[in-house]
Design a protein around this ligand. Structure first.
Ligand code: AMP
Ligand code: GLY
Length: 426
């Protein structure tokens, strides 16, 4: 069966998804809302409010859409999947209730505790005074303070001491820098170890893991500076059989919880893991493809992605095997001046139409105006190199990154450079 597909979103992740879907022989009509200038070369971009479930449903019905693929988390938290489900339109993306695994960190932590999924010890708070009281009672130590709600990957503060933790909680709960996302705050123990992003397609019963990847969240080289939405990624990360088994165990326990809680989960489950001395622990769940991990992982997929997305939405994932190229990919994000705080946009971008030896470019925040590409967001471009090893892939990615210029352009020089990832993680 040929499929009419609608992708929701406009960033680098959606550009990579659209790129992959557009190559599928199973594809009939292809729409993206709102999409971007770059995506418009692959799909028909349409404009309506993707955060309004009724509007998404109306478009899907009118255009005989068979499958809606949701890129970002906010439409999921708004209930887009629920609205489509009521009219039997398939959606790759969980229902609003299931998406709480991402949209409420307090809920996700309780879920992990209940289903014995390894994670950092935590406490959840609903008022600044209770945070303040708690901090005054504990001994000095590093702590992690998190906005419970959605904050675009920027609501997490790793704090050296209690004073910094109190300040972070104040920013979230009193200054309300992320509005009601900071109404509840989670404070957890600070873990250490290499981090790993695990993405798996799941229909609530079976799961298919994609190649493991590593995201670089901090703004600056050597993991300095504030957390961002992501400065780059690479894949695959190779891990020992023991870690692989532990990861599978985490997925199985999560699916058990999803079933027991009667959540309707058909989509992507993302586990942000830290490999601690006591084994892998879950830092966070996301209910959608990671950004920029997707830009690094999809170019490694040999299989046609669309039948996998469709099978997930139809609860027919069982037995499907993903074919992966024996290659390595590195994604370097070029970001705007001032990112992740006050960004400067509208800067003319040069070098985009050049051939970039081996580098593939996904647009995160750009616009084509009168034949000129301009920056239009915090994250501007993902430059991805695919090679036979990390060194080769890095060379290609950085070759591309260096050739693309815009005023105030910033990127990390050390993506995929950590020594620890050059060998199998044990
Ligand atoms: P999250 O959005 O929850 O994944 O957090 C963003 C980043 O903050 C993670 O990728 C980690 O680098 C860091 N982080 C989150 N939780 C912890 C923790 N419990 N211990 C240490 N670092 C953490
Ligand atoms: N790269 C982390 C995320 O997508 O949230």
């Amino acid at each position: 069966m040929k499929l009419n597909v609608l992708v929701l979103g406009s960033g680098g992740r959606e550009h990579a998804l659209c790129d992959k879907i557009s190559r599928s022989p199973r594809l009939e009509k292809f729409f993206c809302a709102p999409g971007s200038s770059a995506i418009s070369r692959l799909a028909r971009c349409v404009h309506f409010d993707i955060l309004n479930p009724a509007t998404v449903l109306e478009f899907a019905v009118k255009n005989k859409i068979n499958l809606v693929v949701v890129g970002p988390e906010v439409p999921l938290a708004a209930g887009v999947s629920d609205a489509l489900g009521k009219r039997k339109i398939a959606c790759f993306g969980p229902t609003r209730r299931a998406a709480r695994l991402e949209s409420s960190k307090a809920f996700a932590k309780e879920f992990m505790k209940k289903y014995e999924i390894p994670t950092a010890h935590f406490r959840a708070f609903q008022s600044f005074s209770s945070v303040s009281r708690y901090l005054s009672q504990i001994t000095e130590r590093p702590l992690v303070v998190k906005a419970s709600g959605l904050a675009g990957g920027k609501g997490v503060f790793v704090c050296e001491n209690k004073r910094a933790a109190l300040l972070a909680a104040k920013k979230l709960m009193e200054e309300r820098i992320f509005k009601d996302a900071g109404d509840k705050v989670v404070i957890e123990e600070c873990l250490t170890g290499p981090e790993l992003s695990v993405m798996g397609l799941t229909d609530g019963r079976s799961f298919v893991l994609l190649p493991l990847s590593r995201d670089h969240k901090r703004l600056k080289d050597r993991d300095l500076g504030p957390n961002t939405g992501g400065m780059g990624a690479f894949a695959p990360v190779s891990v020992s059989t023991k870690i692989k088994e532990e990861i599978e165990k985490i997925f199985k326990k999560t699916l058990t919880g999803i079933r027991r809680e009667k959540m309707n989960y058909r989509g992507l489950l993302y586990c942000g893991l830290m490999l601690t001395e006591d084994g892998p622990k879950v830092l966070e769940f996301n209910c959608r493809f990671g950004d920029p991990e997707t830009q690094a992982v999809l170019p490694l997929m040999d299989s046609d992605l669309l039948p996998f997305l469709w099978a997930t939405s139809q609860k027919k994932l069982k037995g499907l095997k993903l074919k992966v190229r024996k290659k390595t990919s590195v994604c370097v994000n070029l970001v705007s001046e001032g990112y992740p705080e006050k960004i400067k946009i509208g800067r003319r971008i040069s070098g985009l139409e050049k051939k970039h030896e081996g580098a593939q470019i996904f647009h995160c925040g750009t616009v084509l105006e009168n034949g000129e590409w301009k920056s239009a967001g915090g994250r501007v471009l993902s430059v991805v190199g695919v090679g036979s090893n990390l060194k080769d892939a890095r060379q290609k990615a950085y070759g591309g990154a260096d050739a693309i210029l815009f005023q105030g352009r910033a990127f990390r020089r050390d993506i995929a450079k950590e020594r620890i990832f050059r060998q199998k993680l044990k």
